[in-house]
Design a protein. Structure first.
Length: 183
């Protein structure tokens, strides 16, 4: 099965830029097991820009999706819980509701993955299919940044619904038989 990193499409350079989020959202709690410690709903301000385009996915400072993204995730992972985030541009009087999915963190990177020198940024994702099991969407474990990974069928569902500003980076699936030698 094919998997993709879900990102904000870089062509959308006027997607919302969230300000002063750090005291309100503890990124370490954005996980299935600890998400109950986050507020049910939070208001966050974005940089004022009359040209802001509210993309369906925002990947920084944490993963956010619109109602459409939330509904698609619920189709594939019905037990997923979400936290509501209201993004507000005070100066331009615009707002949009987003959702943080509380997903499992999966330590499924294969040794062939390429990381930054400090090992805190993912450059090339090579996934171990045995560790993914049958997950349709999850966060990569072992990083402070949330890397959302989705299976092809979920990605296709997002795109069929006209998702705006969804960037995709294909993940490489490790060959589970490459280290087996036959004598």
């Amino acid at each position: 099965m094919r998997y993709f990193l879900l990102k904000t499409d870089p062509k959308y350079n006027t997607s919302p830029v969230i300000e002063n989020w750090y005291p309100k959202i503890d990124v370490r709690l954005i996980r299935k097991e600890t998400g109950h410690k986050l507020p049910k709903r939070e208001l966050l301000f974005i940089q004022s820009n009359p040209d802001t385009i509210f993309t369906d996915i925002i990947d920084f400072p944490f993963f956010l999706g619109t109602k459409m993204v939330r509904d698609v995730i619920k189709m594939y992972e019905p037990t997923t819980q979400f936290k509501e985030i209201i993004l507000l541009d005070r100066k331009n009087a615009t707002s949009e509701i987003y959702y943080i999915p509380l997903l499992e963190h999966c330590d499924c990177l294969a040794p062939e993955s390429e990381l930054s020198r400090g090992r805190d940024t993912l450059i090339t994702a090579v996934l171990d299919p045995e560790k993914i099991e049958d997950r349709s969407i999850f966060y990569l474990g072992g990083f402070s940044k949330l890397y959302a990974v989705a299976r092809l069928d979920l990605v296709e569902s997002l795109l069929r619904r006209g998702g705006r500003g969804i960037g995709l980076e294909r993940c490489i699936i490790a060959n589970p038989y490459q280290h087996i030698s036959v004598s």
